[in-house]
Design a protein around this ligand. Structure first.
Ligand SMILES: [Zn+2]
Length: 516
């Protein structure tokens, strides 16, 4: 068992280190949003909204355009959440601003031996961290021979000289073996229809070899990389978050599996055909806005309910769905009389999930580490990705099923509250859900709640990793509608029950040391 845990922990460590948010946050300041005073909210009944209402929240969020941090669509999304919070009766509703970044390319292209190849820029190439300014190869691009390193293991680099060359590699996704999770101590699996058979590997697009291979390429003097999306469906629009662990200062482009095969076929006939990579763009300072609102309860002890509203594409699942769940819960609890809220509630949707997590850091500084322990949230209920399960078929197409994506609820709330989670999952028929001790993941989590967890706030953090999560194809049809209302019901139950528990029963297991 320990060994199994170790293997999965190693798999996950790779992802977690990459996904851990940036530590530096600058220029953060809390401002009350300007546009007028909240109108007196009209009296609402305390009901969890219907499926179509919750889906309507997601539809609205996706209607603004790509909610990239700093964009107009992002401001519209934040404003929509803010206005909804007010309408639902939340108090002291505000934006919390933090300095983040927008990264974009103006042009990019790939040609090999003079033949144009279809490609898409690797997000956050050239600049990350706190760097700003224009970047690029210039209009002529960089031209150099291609060295194919396959999966890009260290041994592949030892065997080949990539200095001054363009490295071509296969991006590999590490599937998560469901059996390993099932076998862990303290895990609760709810799969009443046995749809997760033995041997099932849960596909996901975030634990990859990208950071390691790109770092090796740079360390060995490569002038650019071409990543073949080998485990992906036939899309080049793979755009993930900024990996703090990697400071990529060379250009890079993604190509589909088929395009990669065509380039390799070309190279087998003409091994010296050079690649020309053009990539120019700019990274600018951009504001991130968390949206925050409060519902005072009978005690000052506070529970935090959160997700993130920023997205690279439509982000119907990522994280229109999580934000919609936060709205549904705000709608429900906002309509309750104060006497029915034993604890105070705080609602937040974060920004900067894809651009370095500066707003998450600012949130922790202000509401967790910056206040006396008694004022910190007792639990962070974080909700992300109510997703339909999709997979890559043998022809490289994205095939959707009518099942929910296997989801994890990562928790470290303690024994009694843990039982409340398991019961809520079963009562609300949240099939294909696995409740996992968060501490199994080590010092940080692969979720938006990682900062809260690392700051010592116990979490109940829902996450899944559908294969299309970082793609243009994360559209409304990918949301798993049958879980929208049950998930809100389950979280409502968990929040209601935990807010009636003595504080001593919400201890939270501390994350292993070395957090963040
Ligand atoms: Zn998310």
């Amino acid at each position: 068992m320990r060994r199994i845990a170790g293997i999965v922990a190693i798999i996950l460590a790779a992802m977690i280190i990459g996904a851990t948010p940036a530590a530096a946050a600058q220029g953060n300041a809390t401002v009350s949003a300007k546009s007028g005073k909240a109108a007196k909210p009209k009296k609402l009944k305390a009901v969890v909204p219907s499926t179509s209402t919750i889906f309507g929240y997601i539809r609205k969020l996706t209607s603004f355009g790509y909610r990239r941090t700093g964009s107009k669509a992002s401001l519209k999304a934040a404003t929509y959440v803010r206005d909804s919070f007010r309408r639902f009766g939340l108090q002291n509703v505000q934006f919390q601003k933090a300095g983040s970044y927008s990264w974009k390319t103006d042009d990019s292209s790939l040609s090999v031996g003079g033949i144009k190849r279809d490609s898409f820029p690797i997000a956050h190439a050239f600049m990350g961290g706190t760097q700003t300014g224009s970047f690029g190869t210039g209009p002529q691009g960089v031209t150099a021979p291609i060295v194919d390193v396959g999966n890009g293991a260290a041994s592949a680099f030892q065997a080949k000289d990539v200095n001054g060359k363009v490295v071509m590699f296969d991006l590999r996704f590490t599937g998560l073996p469901a059996d390993l999770f099932k076998a862990l101590d303290g895990v609760f699996v709810y799969d009443p229809d046995n749809t997760v058979p033995p041997g099932e590997v849960i596909p996901q697009p975030y634990i990859t070899n990208f950071v390691d291979v790109t770092q090796r390429a740079m360390d060995n003097g490569a002038v650019g990389v071409v990543g073949v999306l080998s485990d992906y469906f036939d899309s080049k629009y793979y755009f993930n978050e900024e990996y703090r662990r990697l400071q990529m200062d060379i250009p890079g482009l993604w190509v589909t599996r088929d395009e990669g095969a065509a380039i390799r076929a070309q190279l087998s006939g003409d091994p010296n055909a050079p690649a020309t990579i053009v990539m120019n763009g700019e990274r600018k300072a951009a504001p991130a806005r968390n949206v925050i609102g409060f519902l005072p309860g009978m005690s000052k002890s506070t529970l935090l309910i959160s997700s993130h509203h920023d997205a690279v594409w439509d982000g119907a699942v990522e994280d229109g769905s999580g934000t919609a769940e936060v709205l549904a819960l705000a709608r429900y609890f906002g309509a309750l009389k104060k006497k029915y809220r034993p604890m105070s509630l705080m609602f937040a949707t974060m920004d900067s999930h894809f651009t370095g997590y500066q707003a998450h850091q600012a949130f922790m500084d202000k509401y967790v580490t910056g206040v006396p322990e008694a004022q910190r949230p007792r639990v962070n209920f974080a909700i992300e990705h109510i997703a339909r399960h999709g997979y890559v078929d043998e022809n490289g197409k994205l095939k959707m099923t009518n099942l929910p994506e296997v989801a994890g609820i990562l928790q470290n709330v303690g024994t009694k509250p843990g039982k409340v989670i398991n019961d809520a999952v079963v009562r609300n028929h949240l099939d294909r859900t696995i409740v996992i001790p968060a501490t199994f993941f080590g010092a940080s989590l692969p979720t938006d709640a990682s900062f809260a967890y690392a700051s010592g706030v116990p979490v109940v953090s829902l996450i899944s990793g559908p294969i299309y999560l970082y793609d243009k194809q994360d559209t409304l049809d990918k949301v798993y509608k049958p879980h929208l209302r049950p998930m809100a019901m389950a979280y409502k139950e968990m929040i209601a029950k935990m807010s009636r528990m003595p504080l001593a029963e919400l201890p939270g297991a501390l994350p292993p040391s070395g957090a963040r």
